[in-house]
Design a protein around this ligand. Sequence first.
Ligand SMILES: Cc1ncc(COP(=O)(O)O)c(C=O)c1O
Length: 440
Amino acid sequence: MTNETASKGDLPPAIRVTPPGPTSRTWLIRHAHVAAPMGPMLPPGPPSSIVYASGRGSNVTDVDGNRYVDLAGGFGALLLGHLHPSVQRVLGLQSERLWQALGDLYPADAKIALLERLTRLYPEPNALGILAQSGSDAVSAALKTAVLATGKPGVLAFGAAYHGLGYGPLAACGLRESYRAPFAEQLSPRVSFAAYPTTAESAAESLESCRAHLARGDVGAVLIEPVLGRGGVVAPPPGYLAELAGLARAAGALFVADEIWTGLGRAGSWLSAVADGVVPDVICLGKGLGGGLPVSAVIGRSSVMQSWRREAEVVHTATFAGAPLAASAAIATLEVLGKEKLPQRAAELGARYAAELRSAFSGSERVRDVRGRGLMVGLDLGERPGAASRLMKGLLQAGYVTSTGGGRREVLVLTPPLNIDEAVLLGSVPVIVGQIAKLS
Ligand SMILES: Cc1ncc(COP(=O)(O)O)c(C=O)c1O
């Protein structure tokens, strides 16, 4: 067994060939021949991406044998890192037992056990849930729940927020007009947007604008990320979410927390909105829930979720919603998160990491802000176009996988596994400092 395969996935980077190496390049050419092109034509020259071959813990290895530290964690989805042994064990057992059941007609035991676990996360008793396949699917289920519960089709959403790209959530994505524009005619016209606040002053303005939207009387859902994820790791000022929830209730709308990014420990608590003192009517979970497998959920107050009971059949489901393999992986993931107190670790380690980054960049003109909540940390590089993408590329060549966020991709986003080795994580700070110094 080599060092690498025996490791727990907490090794520093080892770059053998400047990424992208020749094997990655070959795979990327093959990819370009078969994958529909998304977005603008790439500039000429070598591609800046790599192709993953394997992962363990906080390490990923590309097809050229380069080992990286994964500070992107599958866009925040790998709360436990790659191939967590407990999840792997449970998956092995489940794979010998049952791969697919029959939805809610003849459900799998794993699906029921997962719903039992998830509904216990809701802060009030007797919560009910719906399992889905992706974050976008969970948000769709939440928006449908709001219509059923309130009879009102309108949605109040927020600028720079991201909720997935299915038609329901896409209409409520404030992030990047270009995601919505070509499909505008197919999107709900009943979605309005308020600004996501960053300061006490902007919070007051945002609440004022929410009041005006809600006064219309047709809003059934106020949909918000407790901390913007893809929007660039932005937390609202203290008290904002509670005030917003109060406004929503007064207007007869549900307060829907999209915790797909923030939830399950990523932002330093099981549920970020709840940690901020709000009990949302409905909570969307996804990303890290399945430990790397696709599963998502909506959990909510019993009285609200009961609105799915109708005379005529109304369902939100899909062939693979809550499928046994993903459901059992999710149960194992929740178990490890609890046993290893990872939400708390994320809060503590994330605070140390952000503090180190802040002190490294204090007084720097190159970094406008270091923001964080738990192990979602953003380095705002200000108005320099493309700076975060160039930094991401430099970090890749130094052996760190990261991602970018913000409307103009001006934020370097760091979402490592919650169980990442502390020395490995903190070891990224001088590397980030060095790469930022190289930015023009
Ligand atoms: C807050 C939030 N909601 C929803 C989604 C959509 O999730 P998915 O990509 O699984 O559809 C995302 C994805 O990044 C997200 O960050």
